[in-house]
Design a binder for this molecule. Structure first.
Ligand code: DGT
Ligand code: CA
Ligand code: CA
Length: 574
């Protein structure tokens, strides 16, 4: 039984939810949530270490009790504590928690006061106007719940790319190890690096296809076999993730890869190009009459329709065909192009590591510099820094740089942009830093005009360097706030500041379409990890995926610069 970090995190999160519905001790609830957050998105393979009988590194917040539960989950796939809670809490209540705006306290109130324990009951009560009278709810909440319920039923469940990657990685390894299997590639939205995926589409070539399919359906994470034949099968994993596998002959591999990588809109354009040339294109190959003229590689398929190979991240019908035909496809940025990371936290605010710990991890990831950018004082839950503590950290970093070679630490801050567009720390201390990242962490509901004006005013600040996670979206819980991004991009250009592409799996913000607008306006994008622990530098690869979806090249990214070329770019040009 293979258990992933994400599985343990999901169990801890469910325990926390159910405990909270039971009004358990808040510290206990928080311990489970913190542990879940630590596990989620961390690239340290906790389950693997436990399986191999190795000691776990000391993880802040994970004591003997939680470690014991992790061992239990890895060994058995279950957790007694959760089983017990599930018996105690009415079924269905936990399902309500996935709706944005519904935390455990509200779910408990809905249950206690109105006997609501399913989404259907909730929808009915909201339509009847019965929710608004509950203490702490109101008309606005009721309307938001109705919207959330509508969206919930139409989109179903999508997986964050980083979460899907956990499952995809071990499944692909498993498939590659099956005797007779030759090639395995994960296609679909996953290969296009979309921020969420609806399901995994896996393509394989194999000597004995039926045998490979049988092995696939008996993978130990399979919870349900939806369909199974000699060349294809569909299963649902325990995590709820659906996986389609198709086994194709090697001669069709390229054609099948183009087809199943999509997007659908891209495929339709390719098919039209083929028709114009008297060709027929399908997942089996490119045909002139009965004769197959291409299909073994993707290159051969694109060549048959008169195009160079197009990187998967561009295959969204956003002008990639015209660019390819004109020989103007971008040379997309790659992970190895990054020289540094401009957004990291340490223990001084809400991170887990010391400065030295983060520096060592960054160096091990091949980076030459990182910026330490703690939260500012307004973010009290993240233990944000005031002037005094920031000055202390500045000294600490100076000392570190004097005594350490191989990596340089830049002094920064993730300063809150206040409601009125002012920054949360005084000018003189900001002026002593190498860079200032401005971030919106409050008042997401401002009108478009106010939000835009607020952020533009922050950019006017002489020390402002980079706008953090520019739309504020959190996948799947928070939509981007309403802001005129085109104006922000033009303003950034005018002020000589930059936009961040935050690589945290829940953010991937700047969004791809805005990356491209930034590039068109000549505004540089900083692909940053927002690392809170050593393992988080691994998230940079998802940021690069998003940057590639935004057509960004090495030169469009701020932190592909060597330190010397970077420094002048951190000062506003005025
Ligand atoms: P997802 O799973 O919702 O994140 O998005 P995709 O793009 O992975 O979509 P999926 O899994 O439904 O199908 C995988 C690929 O198969 C899709 O990107 C393109 C191709 N495909 C699926 N259905 C059609 C179709 O009706 N026509 C064409 N031309 N291609 C299709
Ligand atoms: Ca898919
Ligand atoms: Ca699919």
């Amino acid at each position: 039984m293979t258990v992933h970090n994400n599985d343990i995190a999901a169990i801890f999160r469910e325990i926390a939810d159910l405990l909270e519905i039971e009004a358990a001790n808040p510290f206990r609830v928080r311990a489970y949530r913190n542990a879940a957050r630590m596990l989620d998105g961390s690239s340290l393979d906790i389950a693997g270490l436990i399986r191999q009988g190795r000691d776990l590194p000391h993880i802040p917040g994970i004591g003997a009790d939680l470690e014991g539960k992790m061992r239990e989950i890895v060994a058995t796939g279950r957790c007694q504590t959760l089983q017990k809670l599930r018996r105690e809490v009415p079924p269905g209540l936990a399902d309500l928690l996935v709706l944005p705006g519904l935390g455990p306290k509200r779910v408990k109130a809905l249950y206690d006061e109105l006997d609501i324990h399913t989404t259907a009951q909730l929808a009915r009560a909201a339509r009847d106007g019965r929710i608004r009278n509950l203490p702490g709810f109101g008309v606005k909440t009721e309307q938001r719940l109705l919207q959330a319920l509508a969206k919930h039923s139409e989109t179903g469940r999508r997986f964050k790319l980083a979460t899907a990657a956990e499952y995809a990685g071990s499944l692909a390894d498993y498939l590659r190890a099956i005797p007779g299997v030759m090639r395995v590639e994960i296609a679909g939205s996953y290969r296009r690096a979309r921020e969420t995926v609806g399901d995994l589409d896996i393509l394989a070539t194999a000597k004995a296809g039926a045998k490979a399919i049988e092995k696939f359906t008996t993978y130990d994470e399979v919870a349900q076999i939806v369909a199974s034949g000699t060349t294809r099968a569909t299963v649902i994993l325990r995590s709820g993730l659906q996986v389609d596998l198709r086994v194709v002959p090697p001669a069709s591999y390229g054609a099948a890869l183009v087809y199943f990588t999509g997007s659908k809109a891209h495929n339709i354009l390719i098919r039209r190009l083929a028709q114009e040339r008297g060709l027929k294109i399908s997942e089996y190959g490119v045909f002139r009459g009965e004769k197959m003229v291409a299909g073994e590689t993707e290159e051969s398929v694109y060549k048959a329709v008169g195009l160079p190979w197009i990187p998967p991240e561009l295959r969204e019908d956003r002008g990639e065909i015209d660019a390819a035909r004109a020989g103007r496809l971008p040379r997309l940025v790659e992970l190895q192009d990054l020289r540094g990371d401009l957004h990291c936290h340490t223990k001084a605010s809400d991170g887990q590591e010391t400065i030295a710990g983060m520096a060592a991890a960054a160096r091990a990831s091949g980076l030459d510099y990182i910026a330490i950018t703690e939260h500012s004082r307004k973010v009290t839950i993240a233990h944000g820094l005031d002037t005094r503590r920031l000055l202390k950290q500045i000294e600490e970093i100076d000392r570190f740089n004097e005594t350490t070679s191989g990596i340089t630490i830049l002094k920064g801050i993730e300063v809150d942009i206040l409601d009125d567009g002012e920054l949360d720390l005084p000018d003189d201390v900001l002026g002593r830093l190498d860079l200032v990242i401005g971030a919106v962490h409050s008042s997401f509901g401002l009108s478009r005009d106010k939000q835009t004006a607020r952020i533009m005013k922050a950019m006017d600040h002489p020390h402002f360097t980079i706008l953090a996670h520019p739309t504020g979206r959190l996948i799947p819980d928070r939509e981007p706030y309403d802001v005129d991004m085109a104006r922000l991009i033009r303003h950034a250009k005018a002020r000589g500041c930059h936009l961040e592409l935050n690589a945290h799996p829940e953010r991937l913000d700047l969004l791809d379409i805005y990356c491209r607008q930034a590039k068109d306006e000549g505004v540089l994008v900083a692909v940053s990890s927002d690392a809170h622990r050593a393992a988080d530098f691994a998230n940079l690869r998802h940021g690069i995926g998003q940057a590639r979806r935004g057509w960004l090249e090495k030169g469009d990214i701020l932190n592909t610069r060597p330190l010397k070329a970077l420094r002048p770019l951190l000062r506003q040009t005025m």
